[in-house]
Write a protein that binds this ligand. Structure first.
Ligand code: NAD
Length: 351
């Protein structure tokens, strides 16, 4: 992958977000040229900690603004597009469903429309979420062919994005060689996420203030996955699309962790606080809106056809994440800390 990405022109929407900043850092390390298109970064963001603004073409823009998005892409003439921009939080989707749907559904339609009018693009990875599946709370992993759905507005908006993609490619790209696919990954953890209402950032804030992390369901388990895992899947997928190795249309791919030792939310929070050195876990007494329970992905397709396999266990992911915050909070350079984890994750010989 390293050789493949060297010198490629990559356009990333959502580059100021958590996943987008990690992706930008990896691709810069591998010699890609990057243009990012997103809303302004949050004040305390990984994007600013990594000084990414100085190393890429950075455009502040809204994906709901078709004119600006189309012009931005067409000016740049990228080889590869990663679409990550989204209103990405379940709880915020209850507070502002209109913003969630217009960004995640209509914004994604704008993205497809912009790609359609930009002839240079040879590969498009359209990121949605594992939450696009209708969650029937069963034990088995969801397959790419399972029905879409979603209880909360965020999940439903991601299912909408998938439906829009499916209609768009069959309506407008059926006569072209396939160059696009959607990617469905689950919740990820990793250093540099400062979002509200995500467990590790909540632990980091509690530890900084010597305070408490309020947990809604401390005994629930989640398939903990480091952010580099799905990103490596997105990058492999983009490379395969570029070489026209994927012919199915529409094309959808799951990228989830391997099923390994279950770690509860309570165990995770206690371990992170222990590594960070302070803070306590407490049960959240408030009643919260519905959030889906168990959700696992079946990733046989990516394992077999892309030779993509998760590398870090849930425990590795948690420890690397907590160490990132510990190192950065103790004054180490965030770029070095992040680059060391990237070097550790990717295999010089095989990636
Ligand atoms: N983080 C996770 O655990 C997770 C899990 C599954 C799927 N995803 C998906 O991965 C993608 C990236 O997630 P993330 O965690 O980095 O999210 P994030 O909230 O950290 O970043 C979102 C990015 O989208 C941009 N954005 C939001 N609204 C926009 C708009 N209207 N116009 C332009 N840009 C806009 C933001 O500026 C930011 O750059 C999203 O599509 C998300 O739904 C994330």
């Amino acid at each position: 992958m390293k050789n493949f990405y060297k010198g490629k022109k990559v356009f990333i929407t959502g580059h100021t977000g958590f996943k987008g900043a990690w992706l930008t850092r990896v691709l810069l390390n591998w010699g890609s040229q990057i243009k990012g298109y997103s809303l302004k970064p949050e004040e305390d963001s990984l994007f600013s900690k990594l000084n990414l603004q100085d190393e890429i073409e950075h455009e502040v823009g809204d994906i709901r603004d078709l004119g600006q998005l189309e012009a931005s892409m067409s000016d740049y003439q990228p080889d590869i597009v990663f679409h990550l921009a989204a209103q990405a939080l379940v709880r915020s989707s209850y507070d502002d469903p209109i913003n969630t749907y217009t960004t995640n559904a209509i914004g994604s339609l704008n993205l497809l429309t912009s790609v359609n009018s930009c002839q240079s693009i040879k590969s498009l990875v359209f990121v949605t979420s594992d939450k696009c599946y209708e969650n029937v709370e069963w034990l088995w992993g969801y397959r790419e062919s399972d029905p879409l759905g979603g209880h909360d507005p965020y999940s439903s908006s991601k299912a909408c994005a998938e439906l829009i993609y499916s209609s768009f490619v069959r309506s407008f790209w059926s006569q072209r060689e396939n160059f696009s696919a959607t990617a469905r990954a689950g919740n990820v953890i990793g250093g540099g996420d400062f979002s509200i209402d995500r467990i590790i950032p909540d632990c980091v804030r509690a530890s900084e203030n010597d305070g408490k992390v309020l947990l809604r369901s401390p005994n629930s388990t989640r398939p903990w996955q480091h952010v580099l895992e799905p990103l490596s899947g997105y990058m492999k997928l983009a490379q395969s699309l570029y070489y026209k190795e994927i012919t199915e249309l529409p094309s959808n791919w799951n990228f989830g962790p391997s099923i390994n030792k279950e770690i509860t939310t309570g165990e995770l929070a206690r371990l992170v606080l222990e590594i960070l050195g302070s803070g306590e876990v407490e049960l959240d007494p408030l009643d919260h809106p519905h959030e889906a329970g168990l959700l696992q992905l079946n990733c046989d397709k990516a394992n077999i056809q892309l030779d993509w396999h998760p590398k870090w266990s849930g425990m590795d992911a948690i420890i690397n994440t907590a160490n990132w915050y510990k190192d950065v909070n103790s004054g180490k350079n965030p770029i070095e800390v992040t680059n060391n984890q990237i070097l550790e994750y990717f295999d010089e010989q095989n990636d």
